[in-house]
Write a protein that binds this ligand. Structure first.
Ligand code: NDP
Length: 434
């Protein structure tokens, strides 16, 4: 704790996992003997670098870039790149740490990593985004590779940015190593259904949670925060199953449309025009817009899907959701609920799906993209989607079974932490001390 005292997000993520592991250590003395705990909380390496780029007025800017290569016991480091002004070493480390266990849960051969920059893409021209991506990759390329470390997108990094990063990597390396990045567009090595995978996967996971309680999405009221990649495709799939999604947000505020979100309008605002979410009222005048994000959790719902960013649900927001009757909460974003919120949900009979299980569909499909790249082939949307459904089913089953095995039946936080951890710990023991 002292060593990382200046890294609150990393400490929060580590605490959430480590608190779940006591029963595991009681049953696995070999983990204590091999000092797995100390080995697993220390990243293999943290790379930090200067990114210098020029804006459209020829002004020179400097940002900081990161890649945290946390653990590669199960496969090459794998995790997204985030471009957002809030990015710092603590946030990179928490995301990479979570990624280790999430990736282990997918049962695919991928280790844990994460990267990004404090660069703010908002308000930048397309040419500025391209120059930034090229400058970023000019430094990052020496640390990654299809068998070493495979970055992907995250907040602020979508298909356009991955395209620019990929172009620069290819130019520098002089080789067509398609498997070095995932989230590429279909047509030059991308996988169909990758764009939809995190949101769809989240809804498949919630489908398993609902089935457990003999419920379904039909006619359920759902609140989704965010309106980015994860949120949009979670809304799409939840609506497909008959749910009524009544709210969405961005960092400026949230919209409430009691008749159900018009997804076509939301996609046009976010995917085509890149406008603020308040523009939604131009399409649906009866909806309301409220400035500020937190209030979204005051809207009564059966199912809450936080899909924006870390720590968007605190204890107060959780208590409000519970008071208004929420029964299911599942995390599309990484660590959107703080520890107090999670404890409120668990103590009040809310069935809670933690991020590392519920949003693993994105990285799982990234691993499927790597498989397609290695096999120099591409699968249909339906093939990928079917595999995604199987993977989400398996993640749910592993989390549920691990919780039961270690005496925490119904607690998917403990279950997913243990199921992921045991795979990585066993790998560390087998590899010997290094
Ligand atoms: P996007 O950049 O596509 O969208 C992010 C959304 O969250 C936007 O609506 C954004 O609003 C909003 N947002 C960002 N910061 C804040 C904030 N501080 N307060 C309120 N809203 C905010 O990102 P993704 O949809 O890809 O990622 C969302 C979350 O899901 C992240 O936690 C990410 O790590 C996680 N995730 C993503 C995966 C993926 O495949 N993309 C996979 C697994 C997890 P605005 O536009 O105003 O900034």
């Amino acid at each position: 704790k002292e060593k990382n005292a200046h890294q609150p997000e990393f400490l929060q993520a580590a605490e959430e996992i480590l608190l779940s592991l006591t029963p595991v250590f009681e049953q696995h003395p070999e983990y204590i003997e091999h000092n797995i705990l100390s080995r697993i909380v220390e990243p293999d390496r943290i790379i930090s670098f200067r990114v210098t780029w020029q804006d459209d007025n020829n002004k020179v800017h400097v940002n900081r870039g990161y890649r945290v290569q946390f653990n590669n016991v199960i496969g090459p480091y794998k995790g997204g790149l985030r471009f957002h002004p809030s990015v710092n070493e603590s946030i990179m480390k928490f995301l990479a740490f979570e990624q280790i266990f999430k990736n282990a849960l997918t049962s695919l051969p991928i280790g844990g990593g994460k990267g990004g920059s404090d660069f703010d893409p908002k308000g930048k021209s397309d040419a500025e985004i391209m120059r930034f991506c090229q400058a970023f990759m000019t430094e990052l390329y020496r640390h990654i590779g299809p068998d070493v470390d495979v970055p992907a997108g995250d907040i602020g990094v979508g298909g356009r940015e991955i395209g620019y990063l990929w172009g620069q990597y290819k130019r520098i390396r002089g080789a067509y190593e398609a498997g070095v990045l995932t989230g590429k567009k279909p047509g030059y090595g991308g996988s169909l259904a990758r764009k939809e995978a995190t949101g769809y996967g989240l809804v498949y996971f919630v489908g398993e949670m609902l089935r457990e309680k003999n419920e379904s999405f039909l006619n359920k009221t759902v609140v989704v925060s965010g309106s980015g990649n994860v949120a949009i495709y979670a809304i799409e799939k939840a609506q497909h199953y008959g749910a009524k999604v009544v709210a969405a947000s961005d960092s400026s505020g949230y919209i409430h449309d009691p008749e159900g979100i018009d997804l076509h309008a939301l996609k046009e605002i976010k995917e085509v025009k890149s406008e603020r979410i308040s523009s939604y009222l131009n399409y649906r005048p009866n909806a309301t817009f409220t400035a500020g994000c937190n209030g979204i959790w005051s809207i009564p719902c059966d199912i809450a899907l936080p899909c924006a960013t870390q720590n968007e649900i605190d204890g107060d927001a959780a208590r409000l959701l519970i008071k208004n009757g929420v029964k299911f909460v599942a995390e599309g974003a990484n660590m959107p609920s703080d520890l107090e919120a999670i404890n409120e949900f668990l103590a009040n009979d809310v069935y809670f799906g933690p991020a590392k299980a519920a949003n693993a569909g994105g990285v799982a499909t990234s691993a499927l993209e790597m498989s397609q790249n290695s096999g120099r082939t591409s699968w249909t949307f339906t093939e990928v989607d079917e595999k995604l459904q199987e993977i989400m089913h398996s993640i749910y089953a592993q989390s549920k079974e691990a919780a039961e095995k270690y005496g925490f039946a119904g607690n998917l936080v403990v279950g997913s932490n243990i199921a992921g951890f045991v795979k990585v710990a066993d790998g560390l023991v087998s590899e010997g001390v290094y």
